[in-house]
Ligand binder design. Structure first.
Ligand SMILES: [Zn+2]
Length: 284
């Protein structure tokens, strides 16, 4: 790692300079668009798609077992999201770096944006981060992701389009030693319209154990993307949490995406028709 000049009077004490990049040029953008010009009135997001750590952070002091676990990312979520983008013809934005570097579903002021501990694991590379080190991650990882979403949605809204914001995640079947029985969580904050519509008809599309705001809910501070990108613009929104043992390979990721695509499309259709009925003051 390149270091800035030593602080005057203390040749051994060095700091990482403000101009030292977190990401090397060959590490690419923190953001990846998939099917960016997809025609559906939907934006898919996947904040925890990757377990990649920038070389400058030396794996955050973690071994490969932890880095490949749910601690570093949402296993399977990226595959499901990519298949959904294709099935729905929807644009998808992926974060290309691990949530342990910066969790893009958290605001910069949240401690959990750069967690010092995740479930039972300490994250050595996140302990005692200076304000400067935190800022570097916010600037390199969080803002490019947030700004890309903002530009996309602002442009759509200016064109008179109101995309539904759907964020795709996965969760571990065992958390703090406890087995979780919920298989699919439909999460919402103060704007439950799309989650309500999906919950109403979920049994027609899947025999999974589907629950509202489980295994997490707004009280767990997991609705940052929903709040800042969707609710603030009055857009339909939902967070989909899939138990990761159900999407462990390409085949199951694809079949999960196909079920979800049907459920999402039908729920959006019903929501739109109710909206039209409301607009005309008639019952659906
Ligand atoms: Zn997640």
């Amino acid at each position: 790692m390149r270091k800035a000049a030593a602080i005057t009077g203390s040749p051994r004490l060095q700091i990482v300079g403000a101009n030292d990049p977190l990401l090397a040029p060959d590490e690419g953008s923190p953001v990846e668009w998939v099917n960016q010009h997809g025609r559906a009135d939907i934006l898919l997001t996947c904040e925890h798609a990757s377990n990649r750590i920038p070389a400058s952070l030396n794996d955050l002091g973690l071994d490969s077992e932890v880095l490949s676990s749910h601690v570093a990312w949402d296993p399977g979520a990226e595959g499901v999201a990519r298949h959904l983008a294709q099935a729905l013809d929807a644009p998808l934005i992926l974060q290309r770096f691990s949530r342990l570097v910066y969790d893009c579903n958290r605001p910069p002021e949240a401690e959990s944006a750069m967690p010092v501990r995740s479930e039972i694991f300490d994250i050595p590379g996140n302990v005692d981060l200076s304000d400067l080190a935190r800022q570097r991650r916010v600037q390199a990882i969080y803002w490019p992701f947030r700004e890309a979403i903002k530009r996309h949605l602002d442009q759509k809204v200016a064109q008179g389009v109101a995309p539904a914001v759907i964020t795709i995640h996965s969760f571990t079947p065992v958390f703090y030693g406890q087995q979780r029985t919920v298989e699919l969580g439909l999460l919402h904050d103060i704007h439950p319209v799309l989650a309500d519509a999906m919950l109403e008809i979920s049994s027609e599309w899947t025999d999974l154990d589907v629950r509202r705001n489980e295994p997490y809910g707004p009280q767990d501070h997991v609705t940052h993307t929903l709040r800042v990108d969707a609710i603030a613009r009055g857009l339909l929104n939902v967070m989909i949490e899939i138990r990761n043992d159900l999407i462990g390979c390409a085949t199951t990721q694809q079949s999960m995406a196909m079920r979800l695509a049907g459920l999402i499309a039908e729920s959006l259709k019903r929501t739109a028709s109710r909206q039209r009925a409301d607009d005309y003051g008639t019952a659906d």
